[in-house]
Ligand binder design. Structure first.
Ligand code: GRF
Length: 196
């Protein structure tokens, strides 16, 4: 049984979806469990979602992090963390955490990387840029995390069309559906293939 820790900053629909997936009784999903959600904002909705599902939470703010990675590292160690999942987490992961969990941090990004990635490209900003550029397709990328933003090895991508009257919100809705469909399965496959 692998222990997953999810990092999230806001709404947390992906976090909830992943928690529920690995809580389900399916024999394939029972290979892992979400043991904690780490969030950088005290009022983020993801904290309520996790609490409702009985998953412990920790709030580690930007200020906490500026004091060094020790707090996060201790929590991860105490939870015997096998895999870290970034699901809408907006802060940079400290280099010490990336080094300590090499090949064991997975992020989801709401565009077809390398397009529309990098520092400052998150949430609706991504969708605004995709629409402004007149793209015909967008999609999601699930990738390993390395020291730079959005540049680790790509594990999976899926596309969706852009429609004529799309707004950042309508596109975000379509992207979220793709994320909810694929993210738990890609995590599960990664565990099977690389964390035996
Ligand atoms: C997702 O679109 C994810 O790709 C991005 O942030 C969003 C988080 O959504 N990194 P939610 O908080 O899981 O609803």
């Amino acid at each position: 049984m692998k222990n997953l820790v999810i990092f999230a900053s806001g709404n947390g629909s992906n976090a909830q979806n992943i928690i529920e997936y690995f809580n389900s009784n399916s024999s394939t999903a029972s290979s892992a469990k979400v043991v904690r959600v780490i969030c950088n904002r005290t009022n983020a909705y993801v904290l309520e979602r996790a609490a409702k599902l009985g998953v412990p939470t920790s709030v580690i703010t930007k200020e906490d992090l500026s004091g060094g990675p020790q707090g996060i590292l201790e929590i991860l160690e105490k939870d015997s963390t096998d895999l870290i999942i970034l699901a809408g987490y907006l802060l940079k992961i400290p280099d010490e955490v990336i080094a300590g969990y090499k090949g064991r941090i997975i992020n989801i990004h709401p565009s077809l990387l390398p397009a529309y990635g990098g520092k400052g490209m998150y949430g609706n900003r991504v969708h605004e840029a995709v629409i402004a550029a007149g793209e015909r397709v967008s999609g999601i990328t699930i990738h390993l995390v390395d020291e730079n933003y959005d540049s680790g090895k790509i594990l999976f991508q899926a596309e969706c069309p852009l429609l004529e009257n799309d707004t950042p919100e309508t596109l975000a809705g379509r992207i979220h559906k793709l994320e909810h469909t694929h993210f738990p399965h890609i995590i599960e496959e990664y565990i099977k293939d690389y964390l035996p």
